[in-house]
Every structure is written in structure tokens, then in C-alpha cells.
Design a protein around this ligand. Structure first.
Ligand SMILES: NC(=O)c1ccc[n+]([C@@H]2O[C@H](COP(=O)([O-])OP(=O)(O)OC[C@H]3O[C@@H](n4cnc5c(N)ncnc54)[C@H](O)[C@@H]3O)[C@@H](O)[C@H]2O)c1
Length: 426
């Protein structure tokens, strides 16, 4: 495969995952330029991906002044910056791979969609789950007609304790006021996208959503809890608290790129003493999880009606013990049942001879392409993106902006319904 030439905007966690997949794992990309106001990130890009120093910019204006000199852009900035850091590059004719969520309102969604059309650019969204072999297999089964017409799709997202703490309670997405995204937008834009993509022959027509912040509140803090785990919370209270920062961040630290970001140091370089010191003083991950000021929902359900009369539901719960995603699809001729984190699907059909059912289990976890982040979705996305930029056909997973708007709009309408307490029509 011909190597594509990429400029990265926002050299944080996600963009460097894609760079690593494209450059090191697939050998299909060169990172020829990058933009980040944080000069440490630019140094890291020079060191780790060989970006020429003269092509490192601390603002998009510097890169824009050079005109178009790379094949495409990967935009991994935080949620609120997606529109302002994508639009000018579309205007220069760049193809763009943009992190989800595309944006946080319908008006900007339309603006970006129209700009991509006007400037003849391909704009793809990082809805990585579509590229995981697990969800691709489900899509293939639906397209094959094996389960007939879709009657209902039901998905459930369990956000495990560590991810809840690191991202949605103490982390970057804890507050809609600060980050610009609701829980549904930040976490479940993937799931809303899946519901629409799997049911692609139709569009959502109505949605009702319920949810709130009812559990992770100051009133529900364990009795006697302090304000900072390692400073003023009694040991006997910490011993019973699932959010105790000691085991979460010092002993286990399952997602180490999140809790140390505020220290300004690379998580691979920070010392144990520096970690402890930060948790005891300024690090938000050291605060009591129940009292640290988050404002997003801690649970939400979404009910969708589609134009063709089919339905879907999605539920999300923060601080689940198991971290993963379930799916159940009822079709007129069969059903699909699976857990993405187990990498296993069961397809069932009714058996007239026994008046019971027969089932076929499909093991996807061991298959090629399942490794890496998002059940293989990160690598699948990068591989597909490179192929498309090189002139290949769009794959069945292709997250083009045109095919991503339904899921994005579903998030906006669901949150509107949640806020107003009434069903919302499209
Ligand atoms: N696809 C997925 O499954 C998935 C998973 C996690 C996060 N995300 C999304 O990815 C995006 C990035 O998240 P992250 O955790 O990598 O964030 P991050 O904070 O690690 O990275 C963002 C980077 O953007 C830089 N930046 C800030 N202002 C900038 C500007 N004006 N121009 C250019 N760069 C700028 C920051 O310095 C930082 O290096 C978010 O929108 C997030 O919601 C997607």
C-alpha cells in the first residue's frame, strides 16, 4: 500500500493511537506535519514519528499558511475544538479523519457536512466500532438477509469503574459546561451511530430519552468521606469505596494516559512520587468522586422509532463493574445476540420441527484484526482510511459524514428529549 502523507491536528491520546497504527503497525502512513499548542507534544511527534521540525506548528494558522501540502488531516483535538480546527482545512481541500463527536449541535453538523460537499473533501468520523470485526460481522449477517427485517435493536453500554472515574467523573468529560459534551455525546455517539448504521435502510423518526445524575452525587458519598482520597478521607472509608484513588491510580491504573495528563508529563515518564504528590494536591483524579463537581448523567436510556416501524433502545450506566457492550437484534427470520468484550456472537433461528430454536455461535475474539483498541476498531479504521485516501472503494464500515449524520442527530434529539421530558420527532 502506498504510504499516505498525514498532518495531525491535536497530538493527544487518540491521534497518537491512530499515528501508531498507521505508521508502526500498518506501515501505511507518514506523519509529515503536526499542530499542537503544547510544545512537549510537538517534541514527542518529532521523536516518535519523525515529523520534520519545520512542519510542527503551535497553531492551525501556521499550518494553513503553508497551503495544502499533505494528503489528509487526522483531527484528534478535544470535543469543543472539532469544528474550528476542521473547517479551514476543508476549505483548503483536505480530506479529514475527525474524532467523534463531530460537533455538539445540529447547526455545526450541517455546516461541516456542507463544507465537505462544497470543497469536494472526504470527511470521515472516528466511529471506530463500525470497523471492529465484531460489529462488521453483525452488519454482514444483516446484509445477507439471514435474520430478515430488523424489528428491534437493543444495546447496552457498561462503563466500568476505572473508565468512569478517569473520564466521566474526575476526567475530561465530566462536565458538559467544561467540555461541551453530554454523556450521550461523549460516550454513546458510537452506539447511536451503530443503531443507525445497522438499520441503514431507514432513518430515526422519533426518540424519547430518560436519565439523570442520581448516584454519583455528594449525598451518596460514603459516610465520613473526605474531599481528597489520599489527604482527608479516613482509611476505613477508603477501604470500602470503589473510587478510592489509591487502588485505581497507584496500584492498577488501567488507562494510564488519563490521570497524569494534568501533570504535563508523559505517563511513561512520571515517577511514583510525582503521581502521589499530584493526587494529594492539584490532580482532579485525587478528589472524592462523589464531590468533584461533574454535571453529566450517570445513567441514560434512549428509545428510538425508525421510519420503517422498527425500534431500538440503548442504555448506558456509569461505574458498572464489567466494562463492555452488549447487543441484541431481533429480526423477522432470526436474532443476533452478542457481547463485544467477549468477542462472541450467537445467531438463532426458530426451528419448526422442535418448536424451539437452533443457534450458531461465532467466535470473533481470536480472529485477525480483533487485537488493539475498540475490539480491533482502531486498526480497522486506520486501515480503511488509508485505503480510501489511496483511491480504494469505500468499505461497508465507511464512516463518511453523510452516513454519520443520523447517529449524530440521534444524540442531539435524545438529549433534547431528556432535557424537555417529552418525545422528540425528527
Ligand atoms: N473514537 C473513540 O473511541 C474515542 C475515544 C476517546 C476519545 N475520543 C475523542 O477524541 C478526541 C481527543 O481526545 P484525547 O483524549 O485524545 O484528547 P487529548 O487531550 O489527549 O488530545 C487533544 C490534543 O489537542 C491539543 N490541542 C488543544 N488545543 C488545540 C488547538 N487549538 N489546535 C490543535 N491542537 C490542540 C492538546 O494540546 C492535546 O494534545 C476527543 O474529541 C474525544 O472525545 C474518541
Amino acid at each position: 500500500m502506498k504510504k499516505i502523507s498525514v498532518m495531525i491536528i491535536g497530538c493527544g491520546d487518540r491521534a497518537t493511537v491512530y499515528a501508531d497504527e498507521g505508521v508502526n503497525k500498518l506501515g501505511a502512513m507518514r506523519i509529515d506535519a503536526c499542530v499542537d499548542p503544547d510544545v512537549n507534544k510537538l517534541d514527542m511527534m518529532v521523536r516518535e514519528f519523525g515529523v520534520p521540525r519545520e512542519n510542527c506548528f503551535t497553531s492551525i494558522e501556521g499550518a494553513l499558511a503553508r497551503g495544502r501540502f499533505c494528503d489528509c488531516i487526522i483531527n484528534g483535538t478535544m470535543d469543543r475544538l472539532h469544528v474550528e480546527t476542521t473547517m479551514p482545512f476543508l476549505e483548503q481541500g483536505y480530506d479529514v479523519l475527525l474524532e467523534k463527536p463531530v460537533c455538539n449541535n445540529e447547526k455545526d453538523l450541517l455546516r461541516l457536512t456542507e463544507a465537505a460537499k462544497k470543497h469536494n473533501c472526504r470527511l470521515f468520523v472516528c466511529h471506530v466500532l463500525r470497523y471492529s470485526p465484531f460489529y462488521r460481522k453483525i452488519k454482514e449477517i444483516i446484509l445477507s438477509g439471514e435474520i430478515g427485517k430488523i424489528v428491534n435493536i437493543s444495546t447496552y453500554e457498561h462503563v466500568g469503574v476505572f473508565l468512569t472515574s478517569a473520564s466521566f467523573v474526575r476526567g475530561k468529560w465530566k462536565s458538559k459546561k467544561e467540555c461541551g459534551s453530554s454523556l450521550l455525546l461523549a460516550k454513546c455517539s458510537h452506539d447511536m451511530d451503530l443503531l443507525c448504521w445497522l438499520n441503514n435502510g431507514t432513518r430515526p423518526s422519533e426518540v424519547m430519552s430518560l436519565g439523570g445524575r442520581n448516584f454519583l452525587t455528594p449525598e451518596n458519598a460514603p459516610e465520613g468521606a473526605g474531599t481528597r482520597c489520599l489527604v482527608d478521607c479516613p482509611q476505613e472509608v477508603r477501604d470500602k469505596c470503589i473510587f478510592d484513588a489509591g487502588p485505581l491510580y497507584i496500584d492498577n491504573c488501567l488507562l494510564p494516559w488519563y490521570p497524569w495528563q494534568c501533570t504535563g508529563k508523559d505517563y511513561r515518564e512520571i515517577t511514583d512520587e510525582e503521581k502521589l504528590e499530584s493526587l494529594k494536591t492539584y490532580n482532579p483524579h485525587g478528589l472524592c468522586a462523589y464531590k468533584c463537581g461533574g454535571d453529566i448523567c450517570d445513567h441514560q436510556t434512549v428509545n428510538v422509532r425508525f421510519e420503517n416501524g422498527s425500534f431500538a433502545t440503548h442504555s448506558v450506566t456509569l461505574s458498572s463493574f464489567r466494562d463492555g457492550r452488549d447487543i441484541f437484534i431481533a429480526g423477522t427470520l432470526g436474532e443476533i445476540d452478542g457481547r463485544a468484550d467477549d468477542g462472541k456472537l450467537t445467531v438463532r433461528h426458530y426451528d419448526r420441527n422442535t418448536s424451539w430454536f437452533d443457534s450458531r455461535v461465532i467466535e470473533i475474539a481470536g480472529e485477525d484484526g480483533y487485537e488493539g483498541g475498540h475490539f480491533g476498531g482502531d486498526r480497522g479504521l486506520v486501515s480503511d482510511f488509508v485505503s480510501t485516501i489511496n483511491g480504494g472503494e469505500l468499505s461497508v464500515s465507511a464512516t463518511t459524514i453523510d452516513d454519520s449524520v443520523n447517529g449524530q442527530r440521534l444524540v442531539f434529539k435524545a438529549d433534547e428529549s431528556l432535557e424537555k421530558g417529552v418525545p422528540v420527532k425528527f
